[in-house]
Design a binder for this molecule. Sequence first.
Ligand code: COA
Length: 391
Amino acid sequence: MRRVAVIGGGHTRFVTHSPNTSLELLAEASMDAIANSNISPKDIQAINCGNVLGEFTDGQGMIQSYLADDIGCNHVPATRFEGACATGTIAVRDAAIQVAAGVYDIMLVAGVEKATAMDTPLATRTFAMFSDSRYENPAGFTFPAVFAMLCHLYASHYDIPLETLKEQMAQVSVQSHYYGARNPNAQFQKELTVEKVLNGPMVTTPLQLMDCCPFTDGAAAVILASEEMARKLTDTPVWIAGTGQASSGHLASQSRYLPRIRARELSVKQAYKMAGIGPEDVDICELHDCFSIASIIAAESLGFAEFGKAGQLWETGETKIDGKIPINISGGLKSKGHPIGATGVSQVYEVSRQLRGDLADQGRQVDGAKVGLVDTLGGDGVIVNLVLKRD
Ligand code: COA
């Protein structure tokens, strides 16, 4: 297999109620990525496009072919991907495999969502379609409810008083907003305090408003290239050194593992093995923090803390830029936002910028970061992981 690099990326600001269509957002991020990669649209040989809700939010299916046309690439295959919140990461992983296999030399991967085109009740019901439609969705499971349940399970499984866990979770949100306030692409650029989190409105016990990621509009794009092309186009290629993906199925089928998501442990093992690294080698991680408890659960399965202990990473500041394992220095889904079709692409964009050392002027550069990990969860249990490395 050939080596594959991320050679550049583009990003719209993530917002509530964008005045632009999904197609316009996609085109903006894609043209930004093309310009930042020193290529032109005619150099792109294939497009992978992540979009989940286009039919509902824009009345637009087949968005990938209109993207190809709008950016001057209608000569190439354009394929749409859907994997709920993991859509973008699946699209990047698939492109990496195609470039590694020698099918294409340069690919564009772009993702978009306009989730706030729907109001919260409709978006909540629509997102609930990503849970199992036989047993979960009809029983009224929504994603805030799923993670509230995981929170109770976590507290009882590891014998942690709920109040202690809630304070740890609040630290997760406080840190996310601290870095989000320094990320010009973030939806919420406002710092928080633990008191503000704990005194916020209740969404679904025990999750409060500031434990939850928002609904978001926005797009992100990256350009992947073979090693030969990457060496010609950039001095700072960021290699996709390992990938993994696994599916857990509906929650009942994972009952022996919960609150852990079994697919994460399978997926990250594949990614670490392929990259020849372990969790101790990771310098920066963007993980799937759709709810504050989700960060704690993810950090353990990724190998950054013992099971039942990850909350202490945030309590002690080990997840900050100068800590043992910097996590979600973009602001994460919580503060940067979560436009589901774009989220994974945005995570890859962020980690690759960290590995290039691009973020010092935003006050959120992890000094000397060489190895990054991306972690994304879709629905009840599709996990995708990517290990990125710089030379
Ligand atoms: N974090 C921080 N602030 C938020 C927020 C969030 N998650 N969601 C909304 N806000 C802010 C809004 O900007 C608004 O502020 P303003 O009054 O200063 O303008 C205020 O809170 C109320 O916003 P509103 O849109 O009315 O909130 P809501 O009650 O309709 O929705 C949630 C809040 C948390 C219920 C909703 O964002 C949600 O369900 N999030 C989870 C999304 C999800 O499940 N994603 C999939 C994950 S797997």
